[in-house]
Every structure is written in structure tokens, then in C-alpha cells.
Design a protein around this ligand. Structure first.
Ligand code: 2IT
Length: 442
């Protein structure tokens, strides 16, 4: 196994994030590979870590002053063993091929866990939508799609939103795809409700995290009722984590952005939650605005993990919760950490949680609700009808419960009972690897 990781590192030495993602999966699936020589015989690990295809392209656009700009577009089509490539588009200056490969690799296993027919992919651009006008964002999205449309389609690759890509961007991207392809189809998910979107898609990642946390706590004879919870975002995911936690009787006491965090010991409820929902998604303001409006403390340039809590839910970006933060959380009595973002906890932070008996759930299990409802959006598009809110929510809850059970069963099977990281990796890997074996050497 060490050989495979070494080969990957030698081939692409700069791709640190990708190496980290692969290392974690290899560590977890080692017992499976030892027991089943057919995976090695068929070079499954070599193939599963190599994208089926990577597309990189030039995205020129012009700002409101007439100045031309250039960004880079990406789409990593990682694995199509289980279905069309599926995964979000991220617009953020921090992205790179390594980050998209690691996210697409994660997405492949996450999508497998949903049990829906979805392959894995990820893409986006180093474009920063923050501070841009609607017209600039539209021109960027149109230019981006003018190249991407060649490589996607409702049965080929179905992108969705991610960091920096919300309802506004999906609208502009969809409009341009439709115009270029002369086709109104389910080529993107997260669409507007009146033009092919699914009810509950917007809430799905956050609600799914809430459902998963309820399962984890109930497994240990506890519930969300009365728990104090810290989160680190204030976008779409964070907002609906708070809504579900409130509904289940918990209290969320922080929100944050890259400039600092707000501490609200009374909990984010009622009109305060309504304000949070609109802050970024409608007004594109900093989280500090919440502190100003409601007279809460704004702690500049710090992360929220220093606030005492029972449960921490990172809802922002990769590696936002490091070993120091993990130590602070543990010393403050935190009992569970659930990743609502993708890979927000560093490797040593996760190790520290495991060593100190903190229940830890990786993003590929906990935040799978988003892509799961994207899968349900595709189903509804294929049937050309829409389910009710209750119908979609019921299916989401059932899917999250199934993922929870599947993770625990897989962890038990390889002798790591209760370890959600190992469970998610093993269960996801087995589904993808078996499909690859059955589909021959492709
Ligand atoms: O990270 C994720 O799972 C997403 N950004 C959602 C992907 C999707 O296709 O809905």
C-alpha cells in the first residue's frame, strides 16, 4: 500500500491535499485489501485514485469597468462506476487541481454511501464572487459554462453548488447551458424550485447533518435536546444546521466567517436565525453584521472552537479545525465533532479526537444529505414531476439513518467498532470497488 501512495506522490509531488485524502482511505481499507486479493489483482486502488478525466480551461470575463480578467476552470471526473459524475462546483481563490482531486475523491465515496446511482466529480474556479456585482458574476458564469457544457449532461456529469456557488450562480450556469445545448434538462442540481429544482435541496446538507448527529447521540443514549453547539459558517449549510438543531432542542451559540466569529450565548433563534439566513445568501455581508445587529460579541481573527460546547460542527472549509483547536475543544468537554464541511478537520485533530473518546463523524458521511437530495432532484427531473417537501424530507432522513447504520456495520466488520471514519471509507470503497470489478478493466 505504501508503494501506491509513494507512486502517487512521485507522480504529482505538489498535491498535498490529494495525498492526505488518499492516505486516509488507504489506512481504512487496508484490512479489506489484505483479505481480498482480487482488488489488488485488478489494480483497484491504482485506478480508484486516478481521475477518469480532468478538464482544465481558460475562463475570460470582463468587469463592469470594461477591464478583462482571466480565471481558470476545472472539472475532475473522478469515478463513474456507480452513475454519472456528480459533485459541486466551487468558486473560491483557494482552489487548485489538488483540492479538486481530493474533493472529487471524497465525493466518490460520499455518493456511494447515499446508495443512489451517483458517480463522483468536483470542479469550479479560482474566481472570487465576493465583492462582484450580479452582472460580473453572470458574465463569469456564462464564460465558464461556454467551455464546461462540452463535458457535462444529465446522463454524463451533473454539477451542483458548493462554496461560492449558490442559487444565483446555478441560475446563470443553467441559462447558458440551455442556450448552448438547446436543451432543458436536469444537467445541474440546486435549480430554482419553479424550473426543475427540488424542495428541501437548499436545506438538505444542514438538515442531514442534524439527522446524523441525532443518530450518533442516540447510539450513546443521548439526544440533541439541551446540547450547546458551535458552528463555523453562516452560509447555506450553517443556516440549516441551526434550523434543524433548534427544532431538535439544541442551542447554537456561534457563527463565523474568515474574519472572525460571533458568540451569542442565548442561541441563534427566531428573527436572529432569519437574519443569519439572509446575511450571506441574500446580502453578501460579513458575519460581523449579526454581532452589530443583535449586540453580540464579535471576536476578530479567531475561530469559534474556543467557545465551550458539547458538539462542534465545522461548516466552512478544509483544515479549518487544527490540533490546537481540537485540544481546546476536548479540554472544554466537547463530546462530538461532526463535519458539515468537506475535510475541515486536520488529520492530527481527528487523531486527537479518537484518542480522547470524542465521537467524530467525517464529512463524507455527515454532509451526504446535500448530494443525496441532488440525487432525488435528478430522479424527479427524470420523472418530470416534483415531490412534496414532506416526501423529500422523509427520504433524506431515511438516507441519513441508512448511512449511519452502514458506517457502523462496516467499521465493526474490519474490527474498528464505532469508528465512523473507517466505517465510511470501507463502506464507500466496497460499493465503488465491487462495481469497478464487475465492469472490467476501464
Ligand atoms: O460537497 C458536496 O457534497 C456538495 N457540494 C454537493 C454536491 C451535489 O452534487 O449536490
Amino acid at each position: 500500500m505504501a508503494n501506491i501512495l509513494k507512486a502517487i506522490k512521485d507522480k504529482d509531488p505538489g498535491e498535498k491535499e490529494f495525498h492526505q485524502a488518499v492516505q486516509e482511505v488507504i489506512d481504512s481499507v487496508q484490512p479489506i485489501l489484505d483479505r481480498n486479493p482480487e482488488y489488488r489483482q485488478a489494480a483497484i486502488l491504482e485506478r480508484i485514485t486516478e481521475p477518469e478525466r480532468v478538464i482544465m480551461f481558460r475562463v475570460p470575463w470582463v468587469d463592469d469597468q470594461g477591464q478583462a480578467h482571466l480565471n481558470r476552470g476545472y472539472r475532475v471526473q473522478m469515478n463513474s462506476a456507480l452513475g454519472p459524475y456528480k459533485g459541486g462546483l466551487r468558486f473560491h481563490p483557494s482552489v487548485s487541481l489538488s483540492i479538486f482531486k481530493s474533493l472529487a475523491f471524497e465525493q466518490t465515496f460520499k455518493n456511494a454511501l447515499t446508495s443512489l446511482p451517483l458517480g463522483g466529480g468536483k470542479g469550479g474556479s479560482d474566481f472570487q464572487p465576493r465583492g462582484k456585482s450580479d452582472a460580473e458574476v453572470m458574465r463569469f458564469c456564462q464564460s465558464f459554462m461556454s467551455e464546461l457544457f462540452r463535458y457535462i449532461g444529465p446522463d454524463i456529469d451533473v454539477p451542483a453548488g458548493d462554496v461560492g456557488v449558490g442559487a444565483r450562480e446555478i441560475g446563470y450556469l443553467f441559462g447558458q447551458y440551455k442556450r448552448l445545448c438547446k436543451e432543458f434538462s436536469g444537467v445541474l442540481t440546486g435549480k430554482g424550485i419553479n424550473w426543475g429544482g427540488s424542495l428541501v435541496r437548499r436545506e438538505a446538507t444542514g438538515y442531514g447533518v442534524g439527522y446524523f448527529l441525532a443518530e450518533v447521540l442516540s447510539q450513546h443514549g443521548q439526544s440533541i435536546e439541551g446540547k450547546t453547539i458551535a458552528i463555523s459558517g453562516y452560509g447555506n449549510v450553517g443556516t440549516y444546521v441551526v434550523e434543524k438543531i433548534n427544532e431538535l432542542g439544541g442551542k447554537v451559540v456561534t457563527i463565523a466567517d474568515e474574519y472572525g466569529y460571533v458568540c451569542d450565548p442565548d442561541g441563534i433563534k427566531g428573527e436572529k436565525l432569519e437574519c443569519m439566513a439572509d446575511l450571506w445568501c441574500v446580502y453578501r455581508k460579513s458575519a460581523e453584521d449579526y454581532a452589530t445587529q443583535f449586540g453580540c460579541e464579535w471576536i476578530k481573527d479567531k475561530r469559534p472552537w474556543e467557545v465551550p460546547c458539547d458538539v462542534a460542527i465545522p461548516t466552512a472549509m478544509e483544515n479549518e479545525l487544527d490540533l490546537n483547536a481540537a485540544k481546546t475543544l476536548v479540554s472544554n468537554g466537547c463530546m462530538a465533532v461532526v463535519e458539515a464541511a468537506n475535510m475541515p478537520c486536520t488529520h492530527d485533530a481527528v487523531q486527537y479526537f479518537h484518542e480522547h473518546g470524542v465521537l467524530f463523524v467525517p464529512g463524507k458521511a455527515a454532509n451526504a444529505g446535500g448530494v443525496a437530495v441532488s440525487g432525488l432532484e435528478m430522479t424527479q427531473n427524470s420523472m418530470r414531476l416534483s415531490w412534496t417537501r414532506e416526501e423529500v424530507d422523509k427520504r433524506l432522513k431515511m438516507i441519513m439513518g441508512n448511512i449511519h447504520r452502514t458506517c457502523l456495520e462496516a467499521a465493526e466488520m474490519v474490527g474498528a467498532p464505532g469508528n465512523y471514519v473507517v466505517g465510511a471509507n470501507v463502506a464507500g470503497f466496497l460499493k465503488v470497488a465491487d462495481a469497478m470489478l464487475q465492469q472490467g478493466l476501464v
